[in-house]
Design a protein around this ligand. Structure first.
Ligand SMILES: NC(=O)c1ccc[n+]([C@@H]2O[C@H](COP(=O)([O-])OP(=O)(O)OC[C@H]3O[C@@H](n4cnc5c(N)ncnc54)[C@H](OP(=O)(O)O)[C@@H]3O)[C@@H](O)[C@H]2O)c1
Length: 335
């Protein structure tokens, strides 16, 4: 099969190679509980995200031996599913979206059954490749960690990005009001397309605007950016507010004087979806069902940004690196 491999750790320009490799075994590369028997998928689209960029430099926490095929999520058609898979009821021919952790930049990929979901008819394959990582992270962060409730207001940083657009839509599906923070007019349009109630600019007085729009402060901040925005994010919370730490796309890990939490009776909450989801199959099924309901209700429809053919995976990673990505960047693996 055709695949993209990471062959060294010199960054997206030079670390990727288009290769012909044998198809994967129907077992999952990570091994361990729940991964021994996998769903084999004929890949139509592969989602591209920050971890793949970091992997080209050896900077991601999962460091497989070289060379390896990156790609954490795919959409496509099931070729075979484990016979004993009573949970999901997947069978050959089903359209699916799947989180495979590795191996997605290829014509055939293998994913664990508990992270493989029937792709709703409302979504095409490109949208399916942007469904699991971003939307499960958004739901996990907002609901299971951030305790977001209907009627509350959530401020979303990096709101035109993959996980940001997902957070806007999931918050809407939960009945919350959203304030999107973005860095440009083009990204403002994307956040509006994703359903943001209000959009403010990160180069403007976003903290003051957020306080005004929310009548004194937001209940929740969803933060996949970190860096210099962090202290003002805390200041934009109302009493009892929660700041959810989702990522550090801005490049630096913020430090905080914890007296701010005491003064405002606020919380900072960490949300790491991957580690949590891998060891809890039942939570994934619960999140998948909740997201499907939001798709049916019309609140969730992944926003697909630039699309590249598989052989241009390096260009896709560069778009993320250069902060040009909007919505989900997707590789078309089969035309
Ligand atoms: N916790 C979890 O379980 C989990 C799961 C998935 C992803 N993540 C993390 O979430 C973060 C965002 O992922 P994503 O897929 O949404 O990325 P993305 O699509 O590239 O979006 C990131 C956004 O961050 C903003 N940003 C600010 N400074 C930036 C910089 N120096 N470089 C790039 N972007 C910058 C950009 O928005 P503006 O230009 O509008 O500021 C951009 O739209 C990553 O750190 C990722 O690792 C965490």
């Amino acid at each position: 099969m055709k695949a993209i491999q990471i062959v060294d750790l010199t960054g997206p320009e030079s670390a990727l190679q288009l290769v012909e490799v044998p198809e994967p075994e129907p077992t999952h590369t990570l091994g361990g509980a729940g991964f021994d028997s996998g769903v084999v998928i004929d890949v139509h689209c592969a989602g591209v995200a920050f971890p793949e960029l970091l992997q080209t430099r050896g900077e991601y926490q999962i460091k497989p031996p070289l060379p390896f095929v990156p790609g954490s999520e795919v959409s496509g058609v099931v070729r075979s599913a484990p016979a004993a898979d009573g949970q999901s009821g997947l069978k050959a021919g089903d359209r699916v979206a799947a989180f495979c952790a590795l191996g997605g930049f290829a014509e055939t990929a293998v994913a664990p059954p508990f992270l493989t979901f029937a792709l709703p008819a409302e979504l095409d394959f490109a949208q399916g490749a942007g469904l699991i990582l971003n939307y499960h992270t958004a739901y996990f962060s907002l609901v299971l960690r951030g305790r977001l409730r209907a009627g509350e207001t959530v401020l979303v940083h990096g709101a035109a990005g993959g996980v940001g657009t997902a957070a806007l839509q999931v918050a809407k599906g939960l009945g919350a009001r959203t304030i999107a923070v973005v860095s440009s007019a083009a990204k403002q349009q994307v956040a509006e397309e994703a359903g943001a109630d209000h959009v403010v600019r990160s180069d403007g007085l976003w903290k003051d605007q957020a306080k005004e729009l929310s009548g004194g402060g937001v209940e929740v901040v969803f933060d996949p950016v970190g860096g210099s925005l962090f202290t003002d994010s805390l200041r934009s919370l109302r009493e009892g507010g929660r700041l959810i730490v989702v990522g550090f796309a801005g490049g630096s890990i913020p430090e905080v004087k914890v007296n701010r939490l005491l003064l405002g009776n606020t919380e900072i909450i960490g949300a790491g979806w991957g580690g949590y989801a891998m060891s809890r199959p039942e939570v994934n099924l619960e999140i998948g069902a909740a997201i499907n309901r939001m798709i049916e209700q019309g609140n969730v429809a992944p926003i697909v940004g630039e699309r590249f053919p598989l052989e241009r995976a390096a260009d896709a990673l560069r778009a993320i690196e250069e902060r040009r990505a909007t919505g989900k960047i997707v590789l078309d693996v089969r035309s």
